[in-house]
Design a protein around this ligand. Structure first.
Ligand SMILES: Nc1ncnc2c1ncn2[C@@H]1O[C@H](COP(=O)(O)OP(=O)(O)OP(=O)(O)O)[C@@H](O)[C@H]1O
Length: 709
């Protein structure tokens, strides 16, 4: 098609279009085509207004508000009913933000006046201070009038993104300097900003625009996914920034880490030379998350994009490496949670009484296999972080010998564990990398190469050291080699690593997202309360916290209710699902600590005539019905409404970990932290509403502030 003019869509106009009836969306689409073909078409009634903005006729009812940003370039800033145009023009202001260099559309309608008589929230900050943080100047008067949270949220709902981010952070008590460093600096324009140069501004990544029809077609098409969103400028920077080495993106639940990882993949694919190979690996912890990543990546860029990306969960990747090398042929892989039982049988059969099966199992999986230790000598030298009791040289010798015998014993039965597969794969890949390096040095023209050019990992907090060693060996240490997304507060498997010691140096290349797009402020506050007092690591020997973690979404306060017995608690669950209208569309989930409880809840809800879908290792089998599953199954998922049930003393944290309190206090702390993280993960799956139930005594993770509200 001949185009006379460009017409880009600004994010807020895009949202307005999404809210129009379907037929109207099609009309906007046609309008855009006609406008691009000939903006002077008299049927479009392009009119200059008192401000810089132009209006044009979409149809008998709707008008487009257009901002000229170049001689033949326009920005669609709003789609309005014709009766609202005059009011909109009077209320809206447009500016180039002097900090970000992006165009902002600002709604300067007055904030509803508070009747509470509270003092203004931002009185402590001068105008100059607020402007230095990137707050939109036309909003200063409104900002000064804000004195309560509901007014604040009414204002931030329509304010430009940076203004909203800054105001909420300041209102939450984040120190000025921290807001400057964490919110403003990451989105500051790289070059000086000329506030009058709209052409430069529209091309600045801070201006959130769709530059083509894809977005509109997505709105019209069936495949429009809610997550196909405008990246926040901080998210975009992380997704597109060139890096000199491994990089990590952290941040609380729902801050868009997965979305950033997916956009990173898309960005890397766009930079690949043409080809048919798959030089990018996208991996995560389990099967259903890998399947989810594939679906989301297809939605983002279609088959063309996924054609260049190997998407596979980490254990499957390891087993693929092992079977390619024909290592372990004929052996059956057994589940890691069966390994302690096997150690017990082995110790019984061999009459070995000096050692505890649990201790040996952890030592073998975490230290010997986990660190891919080659020899007894390596084991003598190995660091044993987080292992609690120390071992003498003689004891280490005994452990080494016992594990060797145990491995032979397993071998004799034709089985091995996922941990062993990971360790073997790491070893094979490390050998391959060493051979590739020698071949390159000798420039012998060998075809030996690294498996991948880029590796992107989601849910990085749950990978073991052996997994990391394997991944490190799969990709050369070059710029943009590894991109890791993860949150240690959500670690639900017992894998603690220090990436630096595994050859993955993320120092100075670690960032954190803080704005949650999933949960409401009310749910977030409860989830943070669950985490209070616990210390978490940053995957690299340091500490990480959730400072600045926040949300702009508003909702009901979560419900916390106890019952006398489990039977009565099940009544609470059934009543709550009914109170939510028992929708069978997969928007509600019930999450419990154990499989037995999940089975009982299923029976109970089915008795009420509800369709129930149990969540298995591959995620929910179908979308419909009320989803029920154990807490582990909820990693990476999200629901409109969630019930977390069985949050009782003895169940959360698990009673059995009490045995370690005296024998192995470090392990006790680790296990307790893991259970706390499970509850945190579960609570942060809820988008709009959350109900937490227990029977008997509530879990010690539920503070009295929560249980008595
Ligand atoms: N810039 C954005 N605009 C609107 N929605 C967003 C944005 N970024 C993320 N989201 C939404 O927030 C939700 C969470 O995103 P995502 O799954 O990427 O978060 P996460 O940090 O990986 O979460 P978790 O750690 O809980 O797995 C999704 O519904 C996603 O669509």
């Amino acid at each position: 098609m001949n185009t006379e003019a460009t017409l880009r869509i600004m994010d807020r106009a895009h949202k307005e279009m999404g809210a129009l009836p379907r037929a109207e969306q099609g009309t906007v689409y046609e309008f855009m085509n006609r406008f691009r073909a000939n903006p002077r078409d008299p049927m479009l009634y392009l009119q200059v207004t008192a401000t810089d903005v132009r209006t044009a006729r979409i149809d008998g009812t709707y008008r487009a508000l257009l901002l000229p940003v170049g001689p033949r370039d326009y920005l669609l800033v709003a789609v309005k009913h014709r009766d609202e145009v005059a009011d909109t023009l009077a209320r809206y202001d447009f500016q180039v933000n002097p900090v970000t260099g992006g165009i902002e559309v600002i709604d300067v309608r007055p904030v509803p006046v508070s009747t509470g008589g509270q003092p203004p929230i931002f009185a402590a900050f001068t105008d100059a201070q607020l402007l230095a943080l990137g707050v939109a100047e036309p909003l200063l008067a409104q900002i000064r009038a804000v004195s309560g949270e509901s007014e604040l949220l009414a204002l931030t709902a329509t304010a430009p993104q940076l203004t909203a981010d800054v105001l909420v952070a300041l209102a939450d008590g984040t120190p000025y300097q921290e807001v400057l460093e964490q919110i403003t600096e990451p989105v500051r324009a790289e070059a000086p900003v000329d506030p009058h140069d709209l052409t430069a501004a529209v091309n600045n990544p801070a201006t959130q625009v769709f530059s083509d029809d894809e977005a509109l077609q997505a709105v019209l098409g069936e495949t429009f996914e809610q997550w196909q969103v405008f990246l926040h400028p901080t998210q975009r920077k992380l997704a597109e920034k060139p890096t000199t080495g491994p990089t990590r993106v952290g941040g609380g639940p729902g801050t868009g880490k997965t979305i950033v990882a997916l956009h990173r993949v898309a960005h890397l694919v766009r930079r690949l030379p043409p080809g048919k190979d798959k030089p990018i690996l996208l991996t995560t912890f389990n099967r259903n998350l890998a399947a989810d990543l594939r679906t989301r990546l297809i939605a983002l860029g279609g088959q063309e994009l996924t054609a260049r990306v190997d998407i596979v969960n980490i254990d499957k990747l390891a087993s693929r490496v092992v079977s390619e090398a024909k290592a372990g042929t004929g052996k059956r892989i057994i589940d890691d949670n069966k390994v302690v039982g096997l150690w017990q049988t082995f110790l019984l059969e061999t009459g070995e009484k000096d050692w505890d099966a649990d201790f040996l199992c952890a030592e073998w999986t975490q230290i010997i296999l986990g660190q891919v230790l080659n020899s007894r000598a390596d084991y003598f030298r190995a660091r044993r972080p987080n292992r609690g009791r120390s071992l003498t040289r003689g004891e280490r010798d005994q452990v080494w010998q016992l594990t060797e015998r145990f491995v032979n014993w397993l071998d004799g039965q034709g089985v091995w564990t996922w941990r062993q597969v990971a360790e073997r794969a790491a070893r094979l890949e490390m050998d391959r990398a060493a051979r590739a390096a020698t071949a390159a040095e000798e420039s012998s023209g060998s075809l030996l190469r690294h498996r991948y050019r880029h590796v992107v990992v989601d849910e990085a907090q749950d990978l073991s050291a052996a997994h990391w060693k394997m991944l490190r060996a799969m990709v050369p240490a070059v710029p943009d080699d590894m991109f890791l997304a993860g949150d240690t507060h959500q670690r639900i498997y017992d894998n603690h690593v220090t990436l630096g010691s595994l050859g993955i140096n993320i120092r100075g290349r670690s960032s954190r997202l803080t704005l949650s797009y999933r949960t409401t402020r009310q749910i977030l506050a409860a989830a943070l309360e669950i985490m209070s007092g616990e210390v978490y690591d940053d995957l690299d020997g340091g500490e990480e916290n959730l400072a600045g973690y926040r949300s702009l979404l508003r909702g009901e306060r979560p419900t916390f209710r106890g019952a006398a017995t489990w039977a009565q608690e099940q009544d609470l669950i059934a009543d709550q699902v009914k109170a939510w209208g028992s929708p069978a569309d997969g928007s509600i989930a019930v999450c419990v600590p154990t499989r037995e409880l999940a089975a009982q809840v299923t029976v109970r809800l089915e008795r009420e005539g509800m369709a129930v879908i149990e969540i298995g290792p591959d995620g929910p089998k179908t979308g419909g019905g009320v989803h029920v599953g154990t807490m582990h199954r909820f990693k990476g998922l999200e629901y409109q409404r969630m019930i977390i049930a069985g949050v009782s003393d003895g169940l959360v944290p698990r009673q059995m970990i009490g045995q370690f309190q005296l024998t192995d206090p470090k392990r006790y702390e680790r296990e307790r932290q893991r259970d706390r993280s499970l509850l945190f993960v579960a609570a942060t799956r809820a988008r709009d509403e959350l109900a937490v139930f227990w029977h008997g005594t509530p879990s010690s993770f539920l503070t009295t502030r929560l249980t008595q509200q």
